[in-house]
Design a binder for this molecule. Structure first.
Ligand code: ZN
Ligand code: ZN
Length: 388
């Protein structure tokens, strides 16, 4: 009876935790992950894995072939940190002021390195594994940068898998669902242009501030009146800017925010309604409005077949009772979505135990989770690319 990937990776726990803590102490913001990428590349090279540096900026791809099979599985981890000042007192806390691995991407990177080590040493699969280390996940366009650099043309994959740690869920448990699992996200800016005047002479003005207030109110009817109630969506206005002085009506005002949705069709509906309302409301005040809409994250949609494959791989490690297959969709976003629009795949959550939430300055990745995440990647390969 061969050992399971989980047994094997538990034996590497201490070494992998040391890699994780080193990455944690040296966090790098999205698209500047030069040291991290070099650590990853050298680790892969030390395992005899073919390494491609500079894929989509600071991205790294490792290629491991075994047997004669031509089927390929892509395993993806993200590498970037966040502009947050760390408030933990851990010995491996960030040594870079104002930058912190507060989303656990140091853990994701380490788990994928653990899977690479296990698969390179045991080789109990037939086919090709692509280890995809992605830069700039936190709204920095890293997934798109890799895709534009020909990721899937250079490294074709039949299936891709990704994962994220989840505080509040016990270590050793997994959660996944088929279909939409994380929202897509857009950022928008609406610029209202009127006519500036003295604050005491409104009749000489076309007030862009008052107009922007009405636009902001009108936008709240998009979700409630324009969308199908079965399509969950959010329109949040998070920034309002206009004017510099108490006695000056300015020329322009801007309102900005984010929208969340679970399909590109709903995104297009929100964008169209937003543009129409902004222009129409502004016209009523004699002003003009322009919308700048930017899709930052596609909706994350799990393929049904790959969801089942990944859930079954997880259950083979920890048992069915510790794999939830009905995780409710979250309104947060994930740019692995852009890769899953090209290749059928699945994205799973793994427990990080109790502790501070993601993006919190006291967040701490739980090193006990490393063997589980690494073993899941490994099991997905062994089951997805079986030896005859
Ligand atoms: Zn994050
Ligand atoms: Zn994250």
């Amino acid at each position: 009876m061969p050992t399971t990937p989980l047994d094997a990776l538990r034996r590497h726990q201490a070494e992998l935790a040391a890699i994780r803590q080193d990455l944690h102490a040296h966090p790098e913001l999205g698209m500047t992950e030069r040291r991290t990428a070099e650590v990853v590349a050298r680790q892969l090279e030390s395992l005899g894995i073919e390494v491609h540096r500079g894929v989509g900026g600071t991205g790294v791809v490792g290629v491991l072939r075994n047997g004669r099979g031509n089927r390929a599985i892509g395993l993806r981890a993200d590498m970037d940190a966040l502009p947050i000042q760390e408030l933990t007192e851990l010995p491996w806390r960030s040594r870079t002021a104002g930058v912190m691995h507060a989303c656990g991407h140091d853990g994701h990177t380490t788990m994928l390195l653990g899977a690479a080590r296990y698969l390179a040493e045991t080789r109990r699969f037939d086919g090709i594994v692509h280890f995809i280390f992605q830069p700039g996940e936190e709204g920095c366009g890293g997934a798109l940068a890799m895709l534009e650099d020909g990721l899937f043309e250079r490294f074709p994959c039949d299936a891709i898998y990704g994962m994220h740690n989840r505080p509040g869920m016990p270590v050793g448990e997994f959660a996944i669902r088929s279909g939409p699992t994380a929202a897509g996200g857009a950022f928008f800016d609406i610029t209202v242009t009127g006519r500036g005047a003295h604050g005491a002479r409104p009749e000489a003005s076309i007030d862009p501030v008052l107009t922007a207030c009405h636009v902001a109110t009108a936008l709240q009817s998009i979700v409630s009146r324009n969308l199908n109630p079965r399509d969950p969506a959010v329109v949040s206005i998070t920034k309002v800017q206009g004017g510099e002085a108490y006695n000056v009506i300015p020329e322009t005002a801007t309102i900005s925010g984010t929208a969340r949705f679970f399909s590109r069709e709903v995104a297009a509906q929100i964008e169209a309604a937003m543009g129409r309302m902004a222009e129409g409301v502004a016209a009523g005040f004699g002003a003009t409005a322009t919308l700048d809409w930017r899709l930052i994250f596609a909706p994350t949609v799990n393929d049904a077949e790959q969801t089942e494959a990944l859930a079954a791989a997880a259950a083979s490690l920890v048992g069915e009772a510790k794999v939830a297959r009905d995780k409710p969709p979250g309104m947060g976003s994930e740019d692995f979505s852009f890769m899953m629009e090209r290749v059928p795949g699945a994205y799973i959550q793994l427990g990080n135990g109790d502790g501070a939430s993601l993006h919190n300055p006291r967040y701490a990745f739980n090193d006990e989770a490393i063997p589980y995440g690494a073993a899941l990647y490994a099991a997905a390969v062994e089951r997805g690319l079986p030896r005859e």
